[in-house]
Ligand binder design. Structure first.
Ligand SMILES: *Cc1c(COP(=O)(O)O)cnc(C)c1O
Length: 807
């Protein structure tokens, strides 16, 4: 084993792995302790000494706003002049031919170019490569003719076609945009296109999106000669958050072209009047003087200077970084490609070119030309079905592995690599899929991908951690004896159980309130009385907060005093408590406001009393307040079968018949079986993990089987239950996420039970535990329906005659 590791290491070192990085990691990146960070294409990370040196510089110098004559202002101006030169030199060009325009990020740089384009007479032609980032694709909305090149050969053909007479005679100039490296797959595109466009005689400028490339590779503008280049510096150094547009000012017609831009702002105008004929004269000269509107991000530009120095001291130049990261990605890709299930089926489908596994110098060079240190992929189960990327991301998060998944801001990449047609994407959108949500597999195809990207400070351990993670959780060693399918058992009418506990969660995502023994609790179509009647909403966004994001919500303890008509809320670790009236007459005093719960737009009634805002804001450390969502408003939200497993048969429930819910995520009632919790805990213990308390599953009803024959997960086969005198319909299994790792007593997050649940209960790509349920109102009832702890539970082999079916 060790000799294997030694061999891997030796190969990596031969390919350019920089072993010094391992020591740098320990001293410079304390924030990476126990974390596997694999999202350098999102942002690379800043070193401690960078932050320290920036702080030292800012406190030992007085920097003023650059547009004036005071010494502090002049100091800023001087620094910025030097830094402009330094950035151009970093990209191997000189101020004789190029100019740097500082802006917020790469996207802002593109929009600045777009402003000049839209100032032309007539609509402009826009051509872009399908590997473009979303920020480049959006340019087409302001253009005339748009063409998307799907393959490199199409670009070459277009270039060989040369200019048309129409084009030469036209006054408007076209724009061609392509990325130096795909942010989805890491593929590096040809470096020759900008020059070829110029030589073709076409009336086009080329904009090179170098944002992904510069993270780990040298950018040689002298070689590529694009007319415009955009970068984001946080992707190179982790800090500062700053971008640039680099203009090749020596390109034909460039200065006049940019001066056509109409807008001016503070700093880009030489003289201006507000009265009379509204005169203004633009500043002229180098492009940055008339393109940098408003005050420059001057502190960030100073930080950039320090970032360049620190980065070079730590890692050497970018070609060193490039070899280091490439050595790692070669290893990663080869390992992922090797993973197989017991039946010989490949686990990973990689969305990048494969390279030979020999590792001589020329192979490494070949990689450097064609591929950056990014791997995009999806995984398949042993039966060939896709593993949902959002399930992978959730489990990775529990294991402290940081990856990115989904559409990755690269529509063309998703379409081409995953093989999704435009109509399928539209159909998925119509079916409710949005960027960011967890509908990761739709109609048998992934809706996005998993992306792993490496950087200057990545190490062998990072890569090995990811490979072992996938190996442990996604490679099937043998036809599994573990339970991977819903249990099939014939329990009709025989299984008996009792209600062990009943819990309501008056405030969504906060602590539960256990119904005391002996009390019969009312049950309604939307669930148990007072369950999820309230929620906490962010004061800024109006969105409902959840415990997954704000773990401390577990510590908020509501309890109901029915005789006093109040909900009393306290918080663990604080002596304070508040009382909220249950009376519906109180509702009038509340303010109706638009809110969002689980993506649904709802109208909630928010509390504006300062003591309420203060109590909850202090309890979880975010500006928030309480909101009420009384039953009378409930009709707008319904059970969401699409969130459960496709096999659960929920689809039988047509939209109109779906039970109403208040603020619960998916269904009126959540029910779990003690036998299943115990079984899961045995499995956790076998792997040495920490057993889960039953409250992490946040069930409303926990039942405990009483018969001698108890089968874990038998609840998955039940359709109808009788609890006491009430009838309950089970709606299908509940899909779980890592929220079940939050200890409800301490709000501390652990790996379990999600890790073991992911291994033992991933069914149809979903991690399932417990059952969604609803109450069935039956005919001719005298009293109000209710259940209590200790009620007998019978599994019914028939569908009870309900009010609706009787009507
Ligand atoms: C990150 C990225 C962008 C967007 O950068 P912003 O900093 O968000 O403007 C654009 N293109 C590519 C290729 C990228 O990787």
């Amino acid at each position: 084993m060790d000799s294997d590791a030694d061999e891997v290491r030796a190969t990596l070192v031969r390919n350019g792995y920089n072993t010094a990085v391992e020591k740098i990691r320990a001293t410079e990146y304390p924030q990476l302790q126990d974390i596997t960070y694999l999202d350098h294409a999102g942002t690379t990370l800043y070193a401690s000494s960078l932050v320290q040196k920036v702080a030292d510089d800012l406190v030992s110098n007085l920097y003023g706003n650059p547009h004036s004559q005071s010494p502090s202002s002049q100091l800023t101006s001087k620094r910025i002049k030097d830094i402009r030169l330094r950035v151009l030199q970093l990209f191997n060009v000189s101020p004789a031919d190029y100019d740097i325009v500082f802006c917020t990020n790469a996207t802002a740089g593109m929009k600045l170019v777009l402003e000049a384009y839209t100032a032309q007479v007539g609509a402009f032609q826009y051509c872009y490569h399908k590997d473009c980032h979303t920020s480049a694709v959006g340019i087409r909305e302001l253009s005339g003719d748009t063409k998307c090149f799907l393959r490199d050969e199409e670009v070459e053909q277009w270039l060989e076609g040369g200019s048309t007479t129409d084009e030469v005679e036209s006054k408007t100039r076209g724009l061609f945009v392509y990325p130096a490296q795909s942010n989805l797959s890491g593929r590096r595109l040809p470096q020759s296109w900008a020059r070829k466009v110029r030589n073709s005689g076409r009336k086009f400028y080329t904009l090179l999106d170098a944002a992904a490339l510069v993270t780990t590779a040298p950018l040689d503008l002298a070689l590529m000669e694009p007319d415009f280049t955009v970068v984001s510096f946080y992707k190179m150094f982790g800090y500062p958050d700053l971008g640039a547009l680099i203009v090749r000012k020596s390109s034909p017609g460039m200065l006049e072209f940019l001066e056509n831009r109409r807008y001016f702002g503070g700093g880009t105008v030489a003289a201006v009047t507000s009265q009379g004929d509204a005169f203004h004269a633009k500043r002229s000269g180098v492009p940055h003087e008339h393109l940098e509107d408003g005050t420059l991000s001057f502190h960030s530009i100073i930080a950039l200077d320090i970032a360049m120095t620190v980065h070079k001291d730590l890692y050497g130049d970018f070609s060193r970084i490039s070899r280091h990261a490439t050595s790692l990605v070669m290893h990663l890709q080869q390992q992922l490609a090797k993973l197989e299930h017991y039946n010989g089926r490949r686990v990973c489908t990689l969305y990048s070119e494969s390279f030979p596994s020999t590792t001589d110098e020329s192979t490494v060079d070949e990689w450097l030309r064609h591929q950056g240190p990014t791997v995009a992929f999806n995984m398949r189960r042993e039966d060939g079905a896709w593993v949902g990327y959002s399930e992978v991301e959730k489990l990775a998060a529990v294991k402290r592995i940081h990856i990115r998944t989904g559409g990755l801001c690269n529509p063309g990449g998703v379409e081409s690599y995953i093989g999704l047609n435009a109509w399928e994407i539209k159909q998925n959108y119509e079916a409710g899929h949005r960027c960011w949500d967890d509908q990761d597999v739709m109609r048998g195809k992934p809706t996005g991908a998993i992306r792993v990207s490496l950087g200057a400070m990545s190490t062998i351990d990072d890569v090995e951690n990811l490979i072992s993670f996938i190996d442990e959780f996604y490679v099937e060693r043998e036809r599994s004896t573990l339970q991977k399918e819903l249990v099939r058992g014939d329990w009709g009418g025989k299984a008996t159980a009792v209600v062990e506990s009943i819990t309501i969660y008056p405030i969504k995502s906060c602590g539960g309130y256990k119904i005391p023994a002996g009390i019969t609790w009312e049950i309604k179509p939307h669930g148990l009385a007072w369950d999820r009647e309230w929620c906490l909403v962010h004061l800024g966004t109006g969105s409902a907060l959840n415990q997954k994001q704000y773990n401390k919500m577990a510590l908020i303890r509501p309890s109901l005093a029915m005789e006093d008509g109040v909900l009393t809320v306290s918080c663990v670790g604080s002596p304070a408590s508040i009382n909220i009236s249950l009376a519906s007459s109180e509702l009038d005093a509340l303010q109706s406001s638009a809110s969002r719960v689980c993506g649904d737009k709802i109208n909630a009634l928010t509390y504006s009393a300062p003591e309420i805002i203060e109590f909850f804001s202090a309890a979880i450390g975010v500006p928030c307040t309480l909101a009420r969502f009384p039953a009378s408003l409930a009709s707008k939200r319904h059970f969401k079968p699409h969130l459960a497993t496709p096999q659960s048969g929920d689809t039988e429930l047509c939209a109109a018949k779906q039970p109403p819910i208040l603020l619960s995520n998916e269904s009126p009632i959540l029910l779990i079986n003690r036998t299943s919790v115990d079984h899961l805990n045995e499995e956790i213990k076998i792997s040495g993990g920490k057993a889960a308390k039953v409250d992490v599953f946040r069930a409303n009803i926990v039942i405990a089987e009483t018969g001698p024959k108890r089968i874990a997960y038998s609840e998955d086969t039940w359709k109808h239950l009788q609890i006491g005198k009430e009838f309950i319909k089970l709606l299908g299994p509940c899909r779980r996420c890592h929220m079940i790792c939050i200890d409800q007593q301490t709000a501390i997050q652990d790996e379990e039970p999600y890790v073991t649940l992911s291994k033992t209960r991933r069914i149809g790509g979903r991690v399932l535990f417990g059952q969604h349920a609803m109450h069935l109102p039956v005919k001719s009832r005298l009293s109000r329906p209710g259940i209590k702890v200790g009620d007998l539970v019978r599994v019914l082999g028939f569908e009870p005659k309900t009010l609706e079916s009787g009507d």
